[in-house]
Ligand binder design. Sequence first.
Ligand code: ADP
Ligand code: AMP
Length: 215
Amino acid sequence: MYIILLGAPGAGKGTQADNLSSELNLPHIASGDLFREALRKETELGLLAKSYMERGELVPDEVTIKMILHRIEMPDCASGCLFDGFPRTLAQAEALDKGLADKGKSIDKVIYIKVSDEELLKRLGGRWLCRNCQTPYHLITAPPKVPGKCDKCGGELYQREDDKEETVKERLRVFLAQTIPIVDYYRGQSKLIEVNGNQGIQEVAKEIMLLLKAK
Ligand code: ADP
Ligand code: AMP
């Protein structure tokens, strides 16, 4: 199964991907995590992505598409994966369809997690992530058991530079302008599942599983 998690920054894609990837036994492919890893290793890709990420803008399609199509060639994606943060533009969605079709595969479902802007700002303002395994936490809604440490691997928690208010506003603007159009693209393919993301983490997880089973 090839599944896409779609939603604004802070909608809970990474949080739900953690649960879904173990429930469905699918690798979690997060484009933002891949860019941050490249940045940490100071590769050519990381250095190219850096300025766009700092400004809250999208990394150019050509670069992003190449990175993801390369990633899904790896053996762990042979029978499916869970995309998080990709695609984010129509060109990316079309390139992904083509890349999968070349392998005789296709996207099965697109889960669109809808969250109000007010809630997104609260979530991003309190988000902390594990530097080691990228698990997301929240100061109020999903705190770690030991402050500053990841429950899963003990890694150090940090706040993303681009979660500061000015950059978040730009990221939300970019989402509306460039990513919202792909909602209709997948609705047109009858693949879209819309989920009320304004609920607690467990409630959202339950709704996703119910809707996936129903369709
Ligand atoms: P995304 O991957 O879509 O950017 P995350 O999964 O990182 O979003 O979630 C953003 C923040 O909101 C994190 O701090 C996370 O712990 C918190 N969060 C995620 N889902 C919920 C939810 N349903 N209710 C409350 N807080 C949530
Ligand atoms: P995320 O971790 O998904 O919030 O992504 C962090 C940043 O990485 C974004 O603000 C973009 O600069 C970049 N990025 C992640 N995914 C994509 C994508 N699919 N297309 C373009 N840029 C991306």
